[in-house]
Design a protein around this ligand. Structure first.
Ligand SMILES: Cc1cc2nc3c(=O)[nH]c(=O)nc-3n(C[C@H](O)[C@H](O)[C@H](O)COP(=O)(O)O)c2cc1C
Length: 204
C-alpha cells in the first residue's frame, strides 16, 4: 500500500492557497493510487529542536541516556514517517521571502547525520531515497520564477530543491501560485494554471 506523507506549513487553515493546491494534488494522487494511505502533519505546532536534541544527534547509540533518547524521540518519529512514505507532499507559503519557521522546525528535526544523510569526511550522501516529492507553494507577490525580476528574493524553491536533493530526494515537482496578495481574477488564474499543471503531472 503506497504511503503519502503530507506536511502543511501555512499558519492559515481558512483561505490557504498552498493548502488548496495541496488538496487538489492529494485528490489527484488518490485517483491514481486508490489504495493510498495518507499520513498528515500540520506543522504549526511542531516543537523546535533543543540543546538536548542536538546532543542526542551527535551521541553514539551505545552511549545514549534516557534523557537524550527522550530529547530525540520526536526526531525519530518524524524520520520514521518520512522513511515510510513513497510520496511526500509539502504545502508551503512564502513568508518573508523564505519558508515558514514551522517547516524549518520539521527540517531541523529530520536532517540528522547517520539517519537521513551521511558524511565520510569528504562527501555527503543523502539516505532518503526512492521517493517522489510534490511541493505546492503560494506567493503573495509575483515574479519569483527563474529569470524573473524577483527571482533573487526566492528563498523557498531554491532552498527546498537543494535541501531535498541533499537528503536524496531529487524527484521533486513544484506547483506555484503567485499573486495571492492581489487576489481576484489574477490569483484565480494562477490557481487554475497550477491545478492544470498538477493534472498534467498526475494523469487520472
Ligand atoms: C507572515 C507573512 C509573510 C509573508 N511574506 C511574503 C513575502 O516575503 N513575499 C511574498 O510574496 N508574499 C509574502 N506573504 C504572502 C503569502 O506568501 C501569501 O499570502 C500566501 O498565499 C500565503 O500562503 P497560504 O495562502 O497558503 O496561507 C507573506 C504572508 C505572511 C502571512
Amino acid at each position: 500500500m503506497p504511503v503519502l506523507l503530507r506536511l502543511d506549513a501555512s499558519a492559515r487553515q481558512e483561505g490557504s492557497v498552498s493548502r488548496q493546491l495541496g488538496d487538489h494534488l492529494e485528490n489527484r494522487l488518490r485517483l491514481a493510487k486508490p489504495d493510498l494511505r495518507i499520513l498528515r502533519r500540520d506543522l504549526a505546532s511542531l516543537p523546535h529542536i533543543t540543546e538536548a536534541t542536538i546532543a542526542g544527534y551527535y551521541t553514539p547509540t551505545d552511549q545514549m541516556t534516557d534523557a537524550l533518547r527522550t530529547a530525540t524521540a520526536l526526531s525519530d518519529e518524524l524520520i520514521g514517517e518520512l522513511r515510510s512514505a513513497d510520496y511526500l507532499l509539502l504545502t508551503v507559503p512564502m513568508y518573508n521571502f523564505s519558508i515558514p519557521s514551522a517547516l524549518k522546525a520539521w527540517i531541523d528535526q529530520i536532517v540528522r547525520i547517520g539517519h537521513t544523510f551521511r558524511y565520510d569526511g569528504q562527501t555527503f550522501d543523502g539516505l532518503v531515497t526512492g521517493k517522489q516529492v510534490f511541493v505546492t507553494c503560494a506567493y503573495g507577490a509575483a515574479g519569483y520564477g527563474p529569470g524573473q525580476g524577483f527571482s533573487a528574493a526566492n528563498f523557498v524553491e531554491p532552498y527546498l530543491r537543494f535541501l531535498l536533493t541533499f537528503l536524496g530526494m531529487a524527484d521533486t515537482h513544484f506547483f506555484n501560485a503567485e499573486m495571492a496578495a492581489t487576489g481576484g481574477d489574477a490569483l484565480a488564474s494562477q490557481i487554475e494554471a497550477a491545478k492544470a499543471a498538477i493534472d498534467t503531472a498526475l494523469p487520472a
